[in-house]
Design a protein around this ligand. Structure first.
Ligand code: ATP
Ligand code: MG
Length: 237
């Protein structure tokens, strides 16, 4: 049984077909990377899973149950956490208030909320140091960490990450991937969209390559890393 499964998914924006019948699966405990050039349909895929976009045809199954017609908030409550492209944190709230808002959405016990936030500070110490700072004044890398922390606080069964390294300096990219490695070791299930193909294939168990709305390749990440077509198209070697 796959935790998350997409079957022949088609999504269109008006007349533009962004996804032309893609299929993929994510098993429990796996890190799966979805790679592809700009405009390939990666964000569209994650948004369709989260219920932010509607499928034209095909199906999306979470624990083998179709979620394709569910509302976004119900999909999130069912255990699909989504860290969107561009992060979407509340800029005018403090770091800690951003975390509290994420937590009260699913819990109403103050003690547990404090415990959970302390735990998440353990994973992202920089957020603890800056807990009273307005989120909008954090650096890009810190904002990415806050966005990930918010999603993790809802204890998702699968985490969807849309380009976590986008626009970050090499040091922050490394930090984000170090955190992903910790999450992977802890057994978290992750569907990762990344343009940094090298890092995406290093961390993933399996990967899919998306080109203009179609999956053109899939397999073990280590095999894809040695694939000559992938090497020349995405790794520049
Ligand atoms: N709101 C929209 N209206 C019309 N077309 C859209 C819309 N959003 C995306 N598209 C188109 O759908 C296709 C897939 O876009 P998508 O954002 O999923 O790509 P992506 O793989 O995430 O790209 P990037 O790496 O640049 O983030 C693109 O051709 C894009 O122009
Ligand atoms: Mg995108």
């Amino acid at each position: 049984m796959s935790l998350l499964r997409i079957e022949n998914l088609e999504v269109a924006y008006g007349n533009i077909k962004a996804l032309k019948g893609i299929s993929l699966r994510v098993e429990e405990g796996e890190v799966v990377s979805l790679i592809g050039a700009n405009g390939a349909g990666k964000t569209t895929t994650l948004q369709a899973i989260s219920g932010l976009l509607r499928a034209k045809s095909g199906d999306i199954l979470f624990k083998e149950k179709s979620i394709k017609k569910e509302k976004a908030y119900r999909i999130s409550r069912a255990g699909i956490g989504h860290v969107p492209e561009g992060r979407r944190i509340f800029s005018d709230l403090s770091v800690e208030d951003n975390l509290i808002v994420a937590t009260v959405a699913i819990k109403n016990n103050d003690m547990r909320i404090n415990e959970d936030i302390e735990k998440i500070y353990g994973l992202f110490p920089v957020l603890k140091e800056r807990k009273f700072q307005k989120a909008g004044t954090l650096s890009g890398g810190e904002q990415q960490m806050l966005a990930m922390a918010r999603a993790l606080l809802t204890q998702p069964k699968v985490l969807l990450l849309d380009e976590p390294s986008m626009g970050l300096s090499p040091l922050f990219v490394e930090k984000i991937f170090d955190t992903l490695k910790i999450l992977k070791k802890a057994g978290k299930t992750i569907l990762l969209v990344e343009q940094n193909v090298n890092l995406a294939l290093d961390i993933a168990d399996r990967a899919y390559v998306l080109e203009t709305g179609k999956i053109v390749k899939e397999g073990k990440a280590s095999d894809l890393k040695n694939d000559s077509a992938i090497k020349s198209a995405y790794l520049g070697i």
